[in-house]
Design a protein around this ligand. Structure first.
Ligand code: SF4
Length: 690
């Protein structure tokens, strides 16, 4: 029997678990049990409980696969596969230049892998073309936090601070489905009648406001920004603003006040559909102390996502909530290492330590760690959606690690066509994901419980992921894969395959940056130390208590305007919003293969209001076509009053005909490059005789 204390492979709550592995008389069994930890207090959701099944899944990839002349994928040796990868990178660079090679990473990779992937792109390939799926997840909130606070730490306070809140304004996050153990932290606010949920759906989380536990503000999709501007207007107009706090801790109030002057309650109500009385009550509750404002992807995955997150921060600052124990603003990170994944150099414009790749001092420091000349580090690349737009054009060879873009990117039919237009597609995965199915070379990798590493949770806490059992023969770590390719390419620098050594290098590379991990090590984390960055100077879960991270120590109030884009799809009269199921995670690569989870949620369902369904002649359970100018999705109708009459909902976990991202558009937020996932015009029709 072997066992290890580790954390869940899925979301950023990073619930603590113990993985136990028994092997006797040829029978192997792996189990997980919840472990006490501040975020989950021993609890796990259905995804966590069932995570061990996938370690022994018969669908695991156990040998590299190589595309054959007849179009099929066939098993091959590691040497042959890696030689083919190196040849593709080398020939692409020789023929088309370094930026014709590209990397697409993931927010679920460990800190060590995220770091090594950024280094691999810049040093081994010499390309600027690297970005990752966190661009589709945290980029808007990150951009807003960096601008306002000078630092992006998802929750700049421990999750347990929420326990004593009397009011929590939760915008665009269905935590009852995404991270159920988190609900324990909402209990105090619910008991006080102060859970306020903003969501166009009566989601499982919105239902938690019923029976006196709070209020559901069922705003129309895409009106979160006007809602927040209106709440800020009320706060100022009713004298709820904390002028003394703003005087000392912020700058920019006069401009902010002018920017919300036009958002009087009646205008806000008519724009959002939220009654004036509910708006006023929400603003007054938030102004009383012990209040938190939390945002999620529902308000951030828009073309105005950065402006909306900024408006949420503005409201929190106007009310004096940020940097005080017992109140605050935070964003609920989605992917398991969504925080660490954006700190170590996977982003197109960043170097390790969350530093700008354009900063000469950062380039010098990181180049010194890598043992290369600063001029050899390429310039900033381009964000994920633009990078996917270059596939088959300027980009000829792509390596994907920890991402299933054929399901998760906007306008996936166009993405699929571009992937097929590449000279060479290389995918690292433990299953044959929909993206891996298109690859020329598939490299099988280890799963979370089969190797060592670290993650950084939604609280900014650096935690250890530990090895509980060996992986299947034939699967390898991405660290080993990168080292082998780098060796074949004759790349400069050193390429350790030991996660502890890679972490030490990461810590050195991050030294002096915003996300400074220097002083930390696997050995130190193994002592059980509570670790936050910047570790050496101030390892605190509440980094804004005394000052914000801007040079003058003040937070910035940044005026933003609501300018909703005009709908582009003619004839489409409903708004599609997308979201999550409790039993599925992200693109579903893992959870669609878990027996219990698949049985509970085997397919996508289109939620549609009874009045809308009746108008369109749609009955509950019938197959419908959801269409716009980009494509068509087929799903069974789920007729429910949980959705507004002008809105329909699809989960985005499914592939093929059920893939919601066949409908979403590759338009992006101008600041963060976040695509618009939450507001797409569609038409819905019953499929005759289906
Ligand atoms: Fe895993 Fe998130 Fe569920 Fe916790 S809430 S068990 S981290 S998926």
């Amino acid at each position: 029997m072997s066992s290890a204390d580790t954390h869940c492979p899925y979301c950023a709550l990073q619930c603590a678990m113990t993985v136990s592995h028994a092997s006797s008389t040829g029978e192997k069994a792996t189990t997980v049990t919840g472990r006490d930890f501040p975020t989950n207090r021993g609890g796990l959701c259905a995804k966590g409980w069932t995570s061990a099944e996938l370690l022994a899944s018969p669908q695991r990839l156990r040998m590299p696969l190589l595309r054959q002349p007849d179009g099929t994928l066939a098993e091959t040796t590691w040497d042959e596969a890696l030689d083919a990868v190196a040849l593709a990178f080398r020939e692409t660079k020789a023929t088309h230049g370094p930026d014709a090679n590209a990397i697409f990473g993931g927010g679920g990779l460990t800190n060590e892998k995220a770091y090594q992937l950024g280094k691999f792109a810049r040093v081994a390939l010499g390309t600027s073309r690297i970005d990752y799926n966190g661009r589709f997840c945290m980029s808007s909130a990150a951009a807003a936090s960096n601008r306002a606070f000078g630092m992006d730490r998802g929750l700049p306070f421990p999750v347990t601070d929420l326990d004593d809140a009397s009011t929590i304004l939760l915008l665009g996050s269905n935590v009852a489905a995404t991270m159920p153990p988190f609900l324990a932290h909402l209990a105090g606010a619910r008991a006080a009648g102060g859970l306020i949920v903003v969501d166009p759906r009566r989601s499982a989380t919105a239902r938690l406001t019923e029976d006196g536990a709070g209020t559901h503000l069922q705003a129309a999709p895409g009106t979160d920004l006007p809602l927040l501007l209106g709440l800020t207007h009320i706060a100022i107009a009713e004298g709820l603003a904390d002028r003394a706090y703003m005087e000392v801790r912020t700058s920019g109030f006069d401009a902010l006040r002018r920017s919300v002057a036009q958002w009087w309650p009646e205008r806000t109500a008519s724009t959002t559909g939220v009654p004036v009385a509910d708006l006023r009550a929400a603003a007054r509750r938030l102004a009383a102390r012990r209040a938190f404002i939390l945002t999620g992807r529902g308000v951030e995955q828009h073309v105005d996502g950065t402006a909306t997150a900024t408006a949420a921060i503005n409201l929190a600052l106007v009310l004096g909530l940020v940097g005080r124990e017992g109140s605050g603003y935070g964003t609920l990170t989605g992917q398991g290492n969504g925080q660490g994944g954006r700190e170590h150099g996977q982003k197109a414009d960043q170097l390790p330590g969350y530093r700008s790749i354009r900063d000469p001092d950062a380039r010098r420091h990181v180049a010194g760690v890598w043992g290369i000349d600063p001029d050899e580090i390429p310039d900033a690349g381009i964000p994920a959606t633009a990078l996917l737009g270059e596939l088959g054009g300027p980009v000829k060879t792509l390596l994907v690690a920890g991402s299933n873009v054929v399901v998760s990117a906007p306008d996936v039919d166009a993405v699929r066509a571009r992937l097929n237009a590449l000279d060479t597609l290389i995918v690292c995965d433990f299953f044959l994901s929909e993206t891996a199915e298109l690859a020329d070379i598939v490299l099988p990798v280890l799963q979370w419980a089969e190797e060592e590493g670290t993650m950084t949770s939604l609280e900014g806490r650096v935690i250890r992921r530990r090895r509980a059992l060996p992986g299947p023969d034939g699967a390898r770590s991405e660290l080993w894969i990168m080292a082998e390719i780098a060796r074949r390419l004759g790349a400069a620098s050193t390429w350790s395959i030991d996660p502890a050594e890679v972490f030490d290098e990461l810590a050195r590379a991050s030294e002096g940056g915003i996300a400074d991990y220097s002083g930390l090590s696997h050995a130190l984390l193994d002592t059980g130390i509570e670790a936050y960055w910047p570790f050496r100077s101030e390892s605190t879960p509440r980094p804004f208590t005394r000052r914000f991270a801007h040079a003058d120590g003040r937070a910035r109030l940044v005026p933003v305007e609501a300018t909703p884009p005009a709908p582009t799809d003619r004839g489409a009269d409903l708004t599609l919003t997308t979201g999550r199921y409790l039993q599925q995670y992200q693109s579903g690569t893992q959870t669609r293969r878990a027996t219990e989870l698949h049985a509970a949620r085997p397919e996508a369902r289109l939620e549609i209001h009874p009045a809308t369904a009746s108008r369109l002649g749609i009955r509950d359970g019938v197959l419908v076509a959801v269409s716009n100018e980009r494509g068509t999705v087929r799903a069974r109708a789920s007729v429910t009053t949980d959705i507004r009459h002008d809105t329909v909902f699809l989960p985005f976990h499914y592939a093929g005909d059920e893939c919601a991202n066949r409908l979403t558009e590759a338009i992006v937020d101008p600041t963060s490059a976040m695509p618009e996932f939450k507001r797409t015009r569609v038409r819905v029709e019953a499929i005759p005789d289906a």
